[in-house]
Write a protein that binds this ligand. Structure first.
Ligand code: 4AD
Ligand code: MG
Length: 461
């Protein structure tokens, strides 16, 4: 019986193996008169393995069919390779085609632009770079669970279909099973009483509100799943469907929240450097020459901390020609965030205590009655990577904030009850997984770090 192995196992072998079987996709094939070299990759790791087949190999008469992109199975011996740069190769006893690749297989040549590969998102994971990227993405997702598990957090699965707007920004996709060509109407408006849930439903923009009720029960919790935003911003940092990690901690204030956010980013960065070896190499060598020093800079120093008010002063006295003039009361634009973290502090910076009017209703109002206990973590090349706050735990103040934001207490009755029964200070934040992947790989476009990106006017796959 041949033992079925994957390339990452074969490459770690300590001794030759006599009867092995391996399956994968052909990357290249070189033929000489009497034998052929076939390089295959099975996705288990960055490296390919070389197969040597000759007239003695069963199936060799069909060697012309083993074109780039074909799926094949090989049996043979794992032998020490005399060639440079590879420790092991396979001397094939048999080779067979599982699925041939037609002549117009688009990944024939080695290098393609990211823009082109986006148009074939169903095939791009077969390239070296994207294979590496999606292995890093998977490892980081595991590391996220590890980080929280080590610290006693519980993973809560918050719903994706929601009846409330967490961020109050109205950037939500509607979920309905009404016939859109014959929408039932009442007083000339769509009658959602007739809809599936008997009320308007949306895809969630954040798991935070339901998570808060579990935080005030289980103490330390997090959610990690897809979130959806219909904001029509066609930038390199926004997508309509992305994955957010959201911790929420009871009896924790804004300072503790900042501390957790900083620790989390450092842990994940360190993890990437320690565990993503060959896959990370691609990005360090070919994508971004400054990547390593940027990652080390994240781990080495304590993040800077400044208030929003101070940030505005820095921006105003910078003499920099911003497109949007910074002024107290206006939200920080991406260009402002990047100036602060890249040029002024030259390292990650946590900006806190934003004006109440530009932040969500659930953030805790400060004693000055003008600012809220919010914090954003800004990092070089990305800008905002984490957004979070201490939550308003005082029932009367929360009611006032809801009213000020034109949100009805009726809709948020259950959220208000968490403040009525055993309320406690608590804090949390959200980190966009894709933004983090951009940070650690140096990828310039968020569309390139998620399998099938969803953006305005684009739903190809
Ligand atoms: O700052 P945001 O909107 O915060 C929240 O949703 C809070 N409810 C989180 C919380 O406190 N539990 O989003 C959090 C993070 C951002 O910092 C960013 O990294 C990411 O989510 N993000 C996006 N990533 C990709 N595309 C988008 N359209 C994103 N919008 C936010
Ligand atoms: Mg934000």
């Amino acid at each position: 019986m041949n033992e079925k192995l994957r390339i990452h196992e074969l490459l770690n072998a300590t001794d030759p193996l006599s009867e092995i079987e391996i399956s994968g996709w052909v990357r290249t094939r070189r033929d000489s008169k009497d034998f052929s070299f076939i390089e295959i990759n099975d996705g288990s790791c960055f490296s390919n393995i070389q197969i040597i087949a000759d007239q003695e190999t069963t199936g060799y008469d069909e060697i012309q069919k083993f074109s780039t992109g074909s799926a094949i199975t090989v049996t043979g011996k794992l032998a020490r390779s005399p060639g440079k740069g590879q420790k092991w190769e396979i001397m094939a006893t048999s080779i067979s085609i599982i699925g041939g690749a037609a002549e117009d297989y688009p990944l024939q040549k080695k290098r393609h632009s990211d823009e082109f590969l986006r148009t074939i998102a169903h095939l791009r994971p077969r390239t070296n770079k994207y294979g590496a990227l999606f292995r890093i993405r998977s490892k980081l997702s595991q590391a996220i669970h590890q980080f929280f598990n080590e610290r006693g957090f519980f993973w809560i699965h918050t719903p994706i279909i929601t009846g409330s707007d967490c961020e109050g920004a109205g950037e939500m996709f509607c979920v309905t099973n009404l016939d859109l060509n014959a929408i039932p109407k009442k007083d000339n408006k769509a009658d959602f009483n007739e809809d599936f849930f008997g009320k308007q439903a949306h895809l969630t923009v954040s798991g935070q509100l339901p998570l808060e009720s579990y935080c005030l029960s289980l103490g330390k919790v997090y959610s990690f799943g897809p979130t959806f935003r219909s904001e029509n911003s066609n930038t390199s940092r926004h997508i309509a469907e992305f994955w957010m990690v959201e911790p929420e901690v009871a009896f924790a204030d804004l300072q503790a929240n900042m501390q957790l956010g900083e620790e989390f980013i450092k842990y994940l960065t360190q993890y990437t450097l320690e565990h993503c070896g060959e896959d990370l190499e691609v990005f360090l060598k070919f994508v971004d020459k400054d990547l390593l020093s940027r990652l080390e800079n994240i781990i080495d120093k304590k993040f800077s901390r400044i208030s929003y008010t101070h940030a505005i002063e820095i921006l105003q006295s910078s003499n920099k020609a911003f497109e949007f003039i910074p002024s107290w009361g206006k939200d920080l634009q991406s260009e402002h965030e990047r100036f602060l973290t890249e040029e002024y502090f030259k390292q990650p910076v946590i900006v806190s205590d934003y004006p109440e009017a530009i932040k969500a209703f659930y953030m805790r109002i400060n004693d000055d009655n003008k600012t809220v206990a919010a914090m954003d973590i800004l990092v070089p090349k990305i800008g905002e990577i984490i957004g979070g706050s201490q939550r308003e735990e005082r029932l009367d103040k929360l009611s006032t904030r809801l009213q000020a934001n034109n949100l009805s207490e009726e809709d948020y009755w259950w959220y208000l009850e968490t403040r009525k029964f055993g309320s406690a200070p608590h804090s949390g934040f959200g980190l966009g997984l894709e933004r983090f992947l951009m940070l650690v790989t140096g990828a310039n476009n968020i569309r390139d770090v998620i399998s099938f990106p969803r953006t305005p006017k684009h739903l190809e796959f």
